[in-house]
Structures are given as C-alpha cells and as structure tokens.
Design a protein around this ligand. Structure first.
Ligand SMILES: *[C@@H]1O[C@H](CO)[C@@H](O)[C@H](O)[C@H]1NC(C)=O
Ligand SMILES: *[C@@H]1O[C@H](CO)[C@@H](O)[C@H](O)[C@H]1NC(C)=O
Ligand SMILES: *[C@@H]1O[C@H](CO)[C@@H](O)[C@H](O)[C@H]1NC(C)=O
Length: 163
C-alpha cells in the first residue's frame, strides 16, 4: 500500500516536471545557415539543411559568406521561386557575417543575388510558435536546448523508487 501511494505521488511529480519541461521558455537558437561558419555558398543544398532544423520565433539565422561575391536578400515567395532580386524586402548583406532574427511564425525566403540563386543559393525557413510546436522529439533534436536542472534529481528518484 505504502509503495503504491509513493508511486502515485511519483507519477504526479514526473507529470508536473514534464509539463514544466515542455512549456519552459527556450533560449533563442542561432542557426548557421548551411551548417558551418562560411556556408552561405554555392553547392550547398539549403532545402536539405533546413529539413534538419527547427526554427522558432526569436531564433537567429547566421549567414557567413564572401561579401565580394555573394549577398543575402530577404524576398517574397514569388521572388524565391523565380530567383528575382529586384523587389527584395530586406538586404541583409553587411560584412559577410550577417545575422537575421526570425520574429514571426511564417515562412521566410532568402536568396543570393548576382545569379547565385539559380545555382541553388536560396533558403526557405518555416518559423513556428515555440509553445505550440515544442514536443519531446523536437527537444531531443535541439542539441543546444537547455534542460532544466530539476529534471535530473526527479528522474534519479523516480528510478530509485521504481526498481
Ligand atoms: C535538395 O534537397 C531536397 C530535399 O532533400 C531535394 O528534394 C532536392 O532535389 C535537392 N536539390 C538538389 C539540387 O540536389
Ligand atoms: C514567376 O514565374 C512564373 C512562371 O514561371 C510566372 O507565372 C510568375 O508571374 C513569375 N512571378 C514573378 C513575380 O515574376
Ligand atoms: C545589398 O547590400 C550590399 C552591401 O551594402 C550591397 O553591396 C549590395 O549591392 C546590395 N544588394 C542589392 C540587391 O541592393
């Protein structure tokens, strides 16, 4: 009887802890576009790269490139589809180590001008709301996600009590 009651309390604790875990605010993540420090470059499949990332409101994109060759323009979907650079929304190009913050839950589109878009230098990111989208699988795949320290003693206690 005693053990059973403890298990119920334990389950409640873990449930509360998991709730805390899942809704806990997440620090913004800096996504290095293309995966490296200078990987806003031709020959990289940015669709493939972005498939393995989760973008949430407040996150940053980092574009590392040679500013004498490439640039970064935020564009609308039509311009992204057609590689049109004339009616861009924002010119993000500064020194070639440029950042852009994702502030809304919507698709963002970026291209490199000067003909590089046609060679594949274009990126679409789909930004999500953190609370609606963060599931345990997403958390596990975020390598730089901070896990609240309270989880570890709770889980240790849970294991000690169960076995
Ligand atoms: C880039 O990757 C996407 C998704 O994996 C794929 O559908 C597409 O064909 C690739 N593009 C090129 C040019 O290889
Ligand atoms: C983009 O190209 C398509 C045809 O490929 C055309 O129908 C459309 O009007 C173009 N959009 C822009 C904004 O140029
Ligand atoms: C974007 O800004 C960079 C740096 O100021 C400039 O060299 C480039 O010509 C601009 N691109 C467009 C399309 O305006």
């Amino acid at each position: 009887m005693e053990i059973k009651r403890e298990k119920i309390i334990l389950c409640l604790l873990v449930t509360v802890a998991m709730g805390f875990f899942c809704t806990e605010g997440r620090d913004p993540v800096l996504h290095r576009v293309g995966g490296g420090r200078f990987t806003w470059a031709p020959g990289i499949n940015f669709t493939e790269w972005s498939r393995h990332e989760h973008f949430y409101i407040g996150d940053w994109l980092y574009f590392g490139f040679d500013k004498n060759i490439d640039n970064v323009l935020e564009v609308n979907k039509d311009s992204y589809d057609n590689c049109t650079e004339t009616n861009f929304i924002t010119n993000i190009t500064r020194g070639g180590r440029d950042v852009f913050q994702l502030l809304e839950a919507k698709p963002y589109y970026f291209i490199s001008g000067k003909g590089f878009c046609i060679k594949g230098m274009r990126l679409a990111v789909y930004v999500e709301e953190p609370t609606a989208a963060v599931s345990p699988t997403n958390i596990a795949s975020q390598s730089n996600m901070e896990i609240p320290a309270i989880i570890f003693p709770l889980l240790a206690t849970a294991l000690a009590w169960t076995f």
